[in-house]
Design a protein around this ligand. Structure first.
Ligand SMILES: Nc1nc2c(ncn2[C@@H]2O[C@H](COP(=O)(O)OP(=O)(O)OP(=O)(O)O)[C@@H](O)[C@H]2O)c(=O)[nH]1
Length: 681
């Protein structure tokens, strides 16, 4: 069997938030005896299966090309054999699942030829057959051959390679702690350590004893920084000794104050009735599943008419907390926790924005995608409904705004196999189409989800999860992904900048007065702080004082860059505040823009766009009609790219050069980037 790893910080299991099926390669666990490592191969290393596929994988250099002898199989073990591909010249791997006693239960699966990149292998395994017949996580479906080595280590970012950490001397230990502190800062409180991997990315591996000792050191380093370690993947090393192992470890800092919370924002979009509210209800509830007739979504709705019609019309928020070890803190089994309870128990918080699926609320949905600065857009598709017009609309907007997309195919309990497969094929085709140019990965194992979580921010990868809110199938993989997925921005960099807080909602709270909610995009906002609020209709800003601050409905001293919060303002009338206004550091000279020039790509327009045309501009929390003043071409049609100069119709706004926006008017849609802010006041 695989050499045992020590539980870190008193945890027995190292498999975080993920339960895979018995025959799945969860966390790279292919029984040593069942695999063929060491069974041959010209470099004496044989063939691997279910090995670590960590971040930024380099193409595999080891191209096994010999027949591997499979040892006797036990129930559930997988055997891997590599045979020469006489037609293609490269090797192909055959994977079979053994039912014990020499009985093969799965048909052999042909894997990607060696020498291809990890991503190409995934595509090869996922493509073609509509994603295979295995749904959700587990189930003995397509098995993948993993690339072994990584790209060389990056000095920046939240991933560190360490070949060995066996008993470092005290001075070295202190250096290692400092380095971990840097990596944690880069990852907003989270980082990944690849143990057994050298700086050049070679998965050299360590003996089981050395790995145990290295993990113990890592755990001590984390302790110094009030962080916890969790092994998210273990695998056999491919470039080192026969028994050598590598491990990927998630290091997560335990928040000491509310300012330290890692806040991940996920906007949930998709067609009406695809199961968005239900999925959020199931993920953030007390652990109960849906009944298929709307039970779980009830807790997500905010308005009475939503309860009655079952249709989301406003953007509501729900939170899910992960403990330091990756367990979901919401799941008490008996009652739903208050936000304050979730915040108190969690080390990482995921905020879901439930967007409306119906076309008549598209305005609100676009606002949700632009104003809340989501880290990810979760596109929900009903397996039985397929990819519909609104699915494509929402996908196009997310792609235009450069928000990484995660697909969740729901209702797999309800869809016949061929309908589910048609849905998977359709979304894969759409994602690979020239307009999107993404790499869809149908996630079926913990290894794939870890690889997707580590690559999603910088890569073109789009993970696809298949889930049922009624049976719970596939939900563990989705939770595992959310646990590992990093924040899209390194907010630490913005925390020392002058304060900027964008308002996306205003309220009048009895006994409190005017309250504004929004996102702090730079600096911090604290109780008693004086800020400039504006711009108003004339472009002016007024000085306001913050009376109190709430973060996730919990009173706090301040919110910092990267956090959403609600601020009660002293002596401000609600009528004078609107969505799209900002609150800025009083030392900054605030500006307001009437006219701007932008590069626009027209996604759809019935006829031609000419000067005088007035679409609505959605730019962060700004939403206002703007008139086209000039165009650098005579006419602009669907698919055209042009430089347009806009003038806001009613008031100047706070927008910045380089900001991305969506342009809408009826069925007309376009995307743009502000190049130059022209007339300011
Ligand atoms: N069988 C089954 N039913 C589901 C599943 N997910 C959601 N449903 C049901 O599908 C219906 C629609 O779900 P909602 O969550 O309201 O869909 P929505 O996408 O939020 O719809 P809008 O808010 O109108 O955009 C409800 O009756 C749910 O109970 C699932 O995985 N399996």
């Amino acid at each position: 069997m695989q050499p045992p790893l020590p539980p870190l910080r008193g945890r027995g299991s190292t498999e975080v938030g993920v339960r895979a099926g018995p025959s799945s390669s969860a966390l790279g666990v292919v029984p040593a005896g069942g695999g063929v490592s060491g069974a041959g191969g010209k470099d004496g290393r044989g063939v691997r299966a279910g090995l670590a596929g960590p971040s930024r994988l380099a193409p595999s250099s080891a191209g096994p090309s010999v027949m591997a002898a499979a040892p006797p199989a036990q129930e559930g073990e997988r055997l891997v054999a590599v045979v020469p591909d006489t037609a293609g010249g490269g090797g192909v791997a055959l994977v079979v699942t053994h039912g014990g006693g020499g009985r093969v239960t799965d048909a052999p699966t042909i894997l990607a030829p060696p020498g291809r990149s990890r991503m190409e292998e995934l595509l090869a395994a996922d493509g073609g057959g509509g994603g295979g017949s295995s749904r959700g996580g587990g189930g003995g479906g397509v098995e993948l051959m993993f690339a072994d080595d990584l790209e060389p280590e990056d000095d920046e970012g939240a991933v560190e390679y360490k070949w060995s950490l066996v008993q470092p001397p005290p001075a070295r230990f202190l250096e290692l702690v400092t380095q971990m502190k840097y990596r944690l800062l880069e990852g907003s409180g989270e980082c990944i350590y690849e143990i057994g991997v050298t700086d050049d990315g070679r998965a050299r591996g360590l003996s089981p004893d050395a790995l145990t000792a290295s993990l113990a050191t890592l755990s001590h380093m984390a302790e110094e920084l009030h962080a916890e370690c969790t092994v998210v993947r273990r695998a056999r090393a491919t470039s080192g000794e026969v028994d050598a192992m590598v491990a990927s470890v998630l290091v997560r800092q335990l928040p000491e104050t509310l300012e330290d919370y890692l806040d991940l924002r996920v906007a949930v979009a998709g067609n009406v009735d695809s199961g968005k509210s239900t999925l959020i209800g199931v993920l953030t509830g007390c652990g109960a599943l849906d009944n298929g007739r709307g039970r779980a979504r009830a807790q997500v709705f905010t308005h009475k008419h939503e309860m009655e019609s079952g249709r989301t019309s406003s953007v509501s928020q729900q939170i899910m907390g992960f403990g330091a070890s990756g367990a979901v803190v919401n799941y008490t089994g008996v009652r739903s926790l208050t936000w304050a309870d979730v915040v108190a128990r969690a080390a990482k918080i995921v905020t879901f924005f439930d967007l409306a699926g119906h076309e008549k609320y598209l305005r609100t949905t676009v606002f949700g995608l632009t104003a809340h600065a989501p880290d990810y857009c979760m596109l929900v598709i009903g397996a039985n409904m397929g990819v519909l017009r609104m699915t494509k609309e929402h996908l196009a907007i997310a792609l235009a705004l450069k928000v990484p997309v995660v697909v969740a195919i729901t209702k797999i309990d309800r869809a016949p196999a061929h309908v589910y497969e048609a849905t998977v094929t359709h979304i894969q085709k759409l994602l690979k189409s020239p307009g999107a140019r993404k790499l869809p990965v149908l996630v079926k194992s913990a290894d794939e989800l870890a690889m997707c979580a580590q690559n999603i921010v910088h890569d073109r990868v789009v993970p696809i999860f298949s889930v049922s809110n009624v049976t719970g199938e596939g939900l563990d993989l989705l939770r595992g992904f959310l646990n590992l997925a990093p924040s899209r921005r390194n907010w630490a960099e913005y925390r020392s900048s002058p304060t900027e807080f964008a308002i996306d909602e205003t309220f009048l709270v009895p006994g409190v007065g005017t309250v504004v909610s929004g996102t702090c995009s730079a600096g911090s906002v604290g109780v008693g702080q004086s800020l400039s609020l504006g711009p108003d209709h004339s472009g002016a800003y007024v000085s306001v004082i913050v009376k109190s601050v709430h973060y996730k409905r919990v009173p706090v001293r301040r919110v910092v860059a990267g956090q959403a919060g609600s601020l009660a303002l002293k002596k401000v009338k609600r009528a004078t505040v609107r969505k799209g206004m900002v609150m800025l550091d009083t030392r900054v000279a605030p500006g307001a823009v009437w006219e701007f020039t932008a590069e626009v790509l027209v996604l759809y327009h019935g006829t031609t766009i000419r000067p005088g045309y007035q679409p609505v501009i959605h730019c962060a929390a700004v939403r206002q009609a703007a008139r086209v003043v000039t165009i650098d071409k005579e006419v602009v049609r669907t698919g055209d790219r042009a430089l347009l100069r806009f003038c806001f119709c009613y008031r100047p706004e706070h927008i910045k050069a380089d900001a991305r926006f969506v342009l809408r008017e009826g069925k007309t849609k376009g995307i743009g980037r502000v190049l130059d802010i022209a007339r300011t006041c």
